[in-house]
Design a binder for this molecule. Structure first.
Ligand SMILES: *Cc1c(COP(=O)(O)O)cnc(C)c1O
Length: 410
C-alpha cells in the first residue's frame, strides 16, 4: 500500500463535500416551487413558450439566445439543408485526421466574419478545457510555464479546469477586475496569464483598457471568454472584447460559445492571424470523437449568413433599446447590470429569490433564481436577460410586472 493513505483530496480548488449539499438544498427549493424541469413547446419563438403539462404560457427571460437567432428561419433551414446535403451526421472521429469539407468552410467563413483566425469546436467549455492547461505549461507561448491568474468571477467552465492547470503551473485567484492586484503579479513573475470574461455571466464588464495596458507594459497573456457578448456587439457581432482588441496578437485569445446569441451550437476560439495553434485539435478535449455535427455546422453557416445582413444591426439595436427601457425603470442599487443585457435583482436570501422567480413565472415570465454556489453566499437573487427579439412593448410590460412582484415581496 501507498504510504500516503489519505483518501480525501486536498480540496485546493473544489470541494464537492461542501458544494453539492449546499447547492442541492437551494435547487430543491426551486424544484418544490415547480421552477425546474418545465417541459415546453415553442409556440412563438422564445417569447411564447407553453408548458405542455399545464398549458401555462410564458416569455423566457432566461435564454442566452439574446437575439433570437435560435429560431431564425434561415438558421433553422440551414441546419436541415446541411444534413440533407451531406447525408451523414458526422464522421465520428478526430477531426485533425479527416473532416468534412463543410467544416473547413465553416472555419473559413467564421474567420472572415470575425476578422481573425477562428477555431470552432463542440463547445466553449471544451475549448477552455483544452486550452488552459496548454496555456499554463507555456505551449501557446515560449514553452516556459506561466502563472495563471483566474478572475474571481470567471465562469465555472474555466474554474472547472483549475486543478488541471494547477498541475502544470502556479494558479492564483484574483479579486474581480482588480488591475492593481494583476499588476503586482506581473511585477513578481516574468510570465503571467489572466483568465476572465468579457461581459460577465452575472452582469458587469471586464476592464479591457486596464488589461490592454498591462499587456503592453508586462506582456500579460489574456484569455477572455466573451460568450455573453458575441453577436450582440460589434458591426459583425465580434463581441465586447474585440471592441478594444480589434487586431488579435499572439498573446490574446478570445473564446465564446456559439450556442448563445449566435444561435447555433458549439464554441469558438479567436486566435489571431498566425494560425499556429493547429495542435490544439490534437490535445485532449478537441481531439476526441466529437466534432461539430453536420446539423450544427449547418445552423452556424446559417447564422453567419444572418450576421451578414442588416438584420443583425436591427436586432442589436432593439436589444439596446430594451436595455434602455429597463434601466430607466430600475436605477436601483439592488438591480445590477446597468447598461448590459444581463440583470441581477438582488434579494440576498434564497427563499426570497425563489419566491420572486415563482411570482414572475405565474405572471408569464421565466427568470432564474440564483444562489450559492453560483453566486456568493449572501448574494442570492434573480437573474434575467433582455433580448433583441423582444419588442419594446414586451419589455415595458415585463418591467411593470417585475416592479409589482418585487414590491409585493418587500
Ligand atoms: C455558457 C458559458 C459557457 C459555456 O459555453 P458552452 O459552449 O456551452 O460550453 C462558457 N463560458 C461562459 C462565460 C458562459 O456563459
Amino acid at each position: 500500500m501507498d504510504s500516503d493513505d489519505q483518501v480525501t483530496g486536498p480540496h485546493r480548488y473544489r470541494n464537492n463535500q461542501r458544494m453539492v449539499p449546499a447547492a442541492e438544498a437551494a435547487w430543491g427549493l426551486s424544484a418544490a416551487n415547480g421552477m425546474l424541469d418545465i417541459r415546453v413547446e415553442a409556440v412563438a419563438g422564445q417569447n411564447r413558450l407553453r408548458d405542455i403539462r399545464t398549458g401555462h404560457e410564458f416569455l423566457n427571460l432566461s435564454s442566452c439566445s439574446y437575439l433570437g437567432l435560435n429560431n431564425h428561419p434561415t438558421v433553422v433551414a440551414s441546419g436541415a439543408e446541411a444534413l440533407r446535403e451531406q447525408g451523414i451526421t458526422g464522421l465520428a472521429m478526430a477531426e485533425f485526421r479527416i473532416r468534412l469539407d463543410v467544416m473547413r468552410r465553416l472555419e473559413d467563413e467564421l474567420s472572415a466574419l470575425f476578422g481573425c483566425y477562428v477555431l470552432p469546436s463542440i463547445s466553449c467549455g471544451s475549448i477552455s478545457s483544452a486550452v488552459l492547461p496548454l496555456l499554463a505549461s507555456g505551449h501557446l507561448t515560449d514553452t516556459e510555464p506561466m502563472v495563471v491568474v483566474f478572475d474571481k468571477f470567471a465562469h465555472f467552465s474555466m474554474n472547472f479546469v483549475k486543478p488541471v492547470v494547477a498541475d502544470e503551473a502556479k494558479v492564483i485567484t484574483c479579486p474581480h477586475n482588480d488591475m492593481q492586484f494583476l499588476e503586482d503579479v506581473c511585477k513578481a513573475y516574468p510570465r503571467v496569464a489572466y483568465v476572465c470574461e468579457g461581459a460577465y455571466s452575472i452582469g458587469g464588464m471586464a476592464d479591457l483598457k486596464g488589461m490592454q495596458d498591462l499587456q503592453e507594459r508586462y506582456g500579460l497573456y489574456l484569455y477572455i471568454d466573451d460568450s455573453h457578448a458575441l453577436s450582440i456587439q460589434g458591426a459583425n457581432g465580434e463581441g465586447y472584447a474585440r471592441s478594444v482588441f480589434t487586431e488579435l496578437n499572439d498573446k490574446t485569445m478570445i473564446v465564446a460559445s456559439i450556442a448563445k446569441a449566435f444561435g447555433s451550437t458549439g464554441g469558438i476560439a479567436m486566435i489571431g492571424t498566425s494560425r499556429k495553434y493547429d495542435f490544439l485539435y490534437r490535445s485532449g478535449p478537441l481531439g476526441w470523437s466529437q466534432g461539430l455535427r453536420t446539423a450544427a455546422i449547418g445552423t452556424s453557416l446559417g447564422s453567419i449568413a444572418v450576421h451578414r445582413t442588416p438584420e443583425l444591426g436591427r436586432r442589436q439595436r432593439q436589444l439596446a433599446q430594451n436595455i434602455e427601457i429597463f434601466d430607466r425603470r430600475f436605477g436601483h442599487r439592488d438591480v445590477r447590470g446597468t447598461g448590459g443585457h444581463i440583470k441581477f435583482v438582488l434579494t440576498r436570501d434564497n427563499d426570497r429569490a425563489v419566491r420572486l422567480a415563482t411570482r414572475l413565472y405565474e405572471r408569464g415570465y421565466y427568470c432564474s433564481a440564483m444562489f450559492f454556489p453560483i453566486v456568493a453566499k449572501d448574494q442570492a437573487g434573480v437573474r434575467l436577460m433582455l433580448r433583441g427579439d423582444m419588442t419594446s412593448a414586451m419589455t415595458e410590460a415585463f418591467c411593470s410586472t417585475l416592479e409589482d412582484a418585487w414590491n409585493e415581496l418587500r
